[in-house]
Design a protein around this ligand. Structure first.
Ligand SMILES: [Zn+2]
Length: 218
């Protein structure tokens, strides 16, 4: 089971960085990390990232039972998505759920983001799939995300946003930013004409590197 060293500090740092990079607004989205004891640290519901402090973070067990929360703090309403990811993938230590604009455009169109930039597949494992639709807050959001995440570092959540996984919050944030940037680039390339795909064997080689790095994170 993968876990994160100093998970509270790592979650808070990634939350601040996510805001700074313009990948989230106000209180939207959420970040979590797995602790050595198997429990999870997750950002609270309805607290602005700019004001968030270590005491605001919530600790839950793998079933979502709250073990520790500051006064008036509760885990994100989208916690079930995080729980489903940790349950399905033993080799991840962090989950980030966000609603960045360009990636969410693809999520609303139910379109895959192709692995059409060199080395995209090194960080993401291949093209980024979109889930089947499920209403926010229902267990199906997590179940559908797990299916779309198979062998990948991210998935689009239909009509909602995206989810990224990684060994640590900073790595999952890097994937979030890369998917968002690629969504914007693909959109622009389509406006110019038909994007030219990378040869399958090249992407397959990159995906092999992704698999290796997922098992042996740096
Ligand atoms: Zn959301």
């Amino acid at each position: 089971m993968r876990f994160v060293d100093n998970p509270e500090a790592a979650v808070l740092a990634a939350a601040k960085d996510m805001l700074r990079r313009g990948l989230v607004e106000g209180t939207a989205g959420n970040i979590s990390a797995r602790r050595e004891d198997g429990n999870l640290v997750i950002t609270p519901s309805s607290v602005d990232y700019a004001e968030m402090m270590l005491d605001d973070l919530v600790v839950v067990d793998p079933d979502g039972e709250v073990l520790h929360a500051g006064e008036g703090r509760s885990p994100s309403t989208e916690m079930k998505l995080h729980l489903a990811c940790y349950k399905a993938f033993d080799d991840i230590g962090a989950v980030i759920h966000s609603h960045p604009v360009w990636a969410t455009m693809f999520a609303i169109a139910h379109q895959t983001i192709p692995a059409c930039i060199d080395e995209f597949a090194v960080y993401c494992g291949g093209e980024i799939r979109c889930t089947e639709y499920a209403a926010s807050g229902t267990p199906d959001v997590g179940a559908n995300a797990v299916k779309a995440l198979e062998g990948r570092a991210a998935a689009l959540i239909a009509n909602h946003g995206m989810v990224a996984v990684g060994p640590r919050p900073d790595k999952a944030l890097h994937v979030t930013a890369l998917v968002e940037r690629t969504a914007q680039i693909v959109w622009g390339a389509r406006a110019l004409g038909v994007p030219v795909p990378i040869p399958d064997d090249v992407n397959a080689g990159f995906a092999g590197i992704y698999s290796y790095l997922r098992a042996n994170p740096m």
